[in-house]
Design a protein around this ligand. Structure first.
Ligand code: PHE
Length: 448
């Protein structure tokens, strides 16, 4: 079998892993959740949960992956004991299925981003019936752009780690940062934006422990760092043994939070500019109208009110979204593709095509049964599966994987690991604190 791929440098891994983490979850999901859950209060709880829970679990995944240097199912088996093998395999497979189902809805939304991007172009050249078709919710549009998005994702994944995933992540991620900064700066100059900044940055501390807010923030923290599906495990398996993983993980988590916060600084003020321009965003009860439509209704309505500049801003905004989605979708597809290559001995190009098209079939089912299935799949995968699988990863690292082996793995690329703060806190933490907190938050969500 051909040698396994590996990221060619530290920078390449950081860009690819943060490319996976930074996606629609940050730029689409996060601002919506902020707007729905009391502005700054949500931001506050989300940041706390990311440090407290998500970073330790990210480290568990990265370490398992780099230790085994295999696909996720084989990696889980590599750290399991004789007795826990079945559970290890099950966890790996469940993660892989979750990654696939996440891709199945993610690609639909990403397809809309491409359609809205083209709509901005159609607007600029004045073909309004095309623009109308691109922005209307129709079966044909949903399917065509979803397929297009799959083709992009499959093409990149079939090229492999260095020539596909790494090359495109390093090209696209810096572009994303520049686009976001340009847009924040522009929106900040518009009337109404200041109110958005205020709502966003002033937490209402009375709400930070609201159960609904906490469970949403937990789901968001997991989803945003791509946890609980094996993505970070499989990316970890492509990292060289000479890298200091706790440090790289911290950089990735920091970048992910940073971009989410920046996306909020873009979208929340934009909402208030829209409000100022006469677009309705809250109903009489003070709730956000049509929360999912925020990006697809409120923002385009805002762009319309901006005259000639509107189309350019829309073009930039939706290209930003498409890029962010693509660097994430490739990481989702890589999980089952790595499995097909390593355990089923398929050539990469064939695996990418076969697995990609199978998941596309699921997307098409979702598109045809949109109202009944879309929200259900989103909830099942992101609210329940991801935290539960994350919990299982913690249990394996905390209770099954041998302590000396874990330390040995961390020490690769991190000489003084055993005397570090990380080693003093993290092992006990994934053993007790993470599982308990995940359980507590989930229990609360069932009771609430
Ligand atoms: N982290 C990605 C985002 O924020 C989504 C994702 C989830 C990617 C799970 C890979 C695996 O959009």
């Amino acid at each position: 079998m051909a040698a396994r791929g590996e990221f060619s440098s530290r920078m390449a891994f950081v860009l690819a892993a943060s490319g996976s983490a930074i996606g629609l979850g940050n730029i689409w999901g996060f601002p919506i959740q902020v707007a729905e859950n009391g502005g700054g209060a949500f931001v506050f709880t989300y940041i706390i949960l990311t440090f407290l829970l998500a970073y330790p679990i990210l480290m568990a995944e990265l370490l398992i992956g780099r230790h085994a240097k295999k696909d996720t199912v084989s990696s889980m088996l590599a750290i399991s004991s004789e007795r826990t093998r079945p559970l290890a395999a099950l966890t790996g497979v469940w993660g892989m299925l979750t990654a696939s189902f996440i891709l199945s809805f993610y690609a639909i939304v990403a397809g809309w981003m491409i359609a809205f991007f083209l709509a901005a172009g159609a607007d600029m050249v004045g073909i309004s019936d095309v623009k109308q078709w691109l922005t209307d919710f129709s079966l044909s549009r949903n399917i065509i752009f979803c397929v297009l998005f799959y083709l992009l994702t499959i093409t990149i994944v079939s090229r492999g780690i260095a020539a596909g995933i790494e090359r495109w992540s390093t090209r696209l991620m810096p572009m994303l940062l520049v686009l976001i900064l340009v847009l924040i700066a522009y929106i900040a100059t518009l009337p109404g934006a200041a109110e958005g900044w205020r709502v966003y940055l002033q937490p209402d501390f009375a709400r930070v422990l609201d159960p609904k807010l906490v469970i949403s923030a937990l789901g968001q923290a997991f989803f945003s760092l791509s946890l609980g599906v094996g993505t970070m495990m499989v990316y970890g398996s492509y990292v060289s043994k000479s890298e200091n993983l706790p440090k790289l993980g911290a950089i990735v988590a920091g970048l992910d939070i940073g971009i989410a916060i920046l996306a909020g600084l873009l979208v929340i003020p934009a909402m208030y500019v829209a409000l100022h321009n006469g677009v309705t965003i809250y109903n009489e009860a003070g709730q956000l109208i049509d929360s999912d439509g925020l990006i697809f209704n409120v923002l385009p309505a805002l762009f319309e009110t901006m005259g000639g500049a509107g189309a350019i801003v829309a073009l930039l905004f939706f290209s930003l979204m498409t890029i962010a989605a693509l660097t994430s979708s490739i990481s989702m597809l890589e999980v089952p593709v790595a499995y097909a290559i390593e355990r089923r001995k398929m050539p990469r190009a064939k695996a990418a095509m076969l697995v990609g098209l199978s998941i596309l079939a699921v997307s098409v089912i979702l598109i045809f049964n949109f109202n009944a299935l879309f929200g259900l799949v989103v909830d099942l995968t992101t609210r329940y599966s991801e935290p539960l699988i994350g919990l299982l990863f913690c249990l394996f690292v905390g209770w099954v994987w041998r302590r000396d082996q874990i330390l040995g793995e961390i020490k690769q690329g991190f000489e003084g690991a055993e005397h570090s703060l990380f080693w003093r806190i993290w092992p006990g933490y994934v053993r007790f604190v993470c599982p308990l907190v995940v359980l507590a938050v989930m229990a609360q969500s069932f009771l609430a």
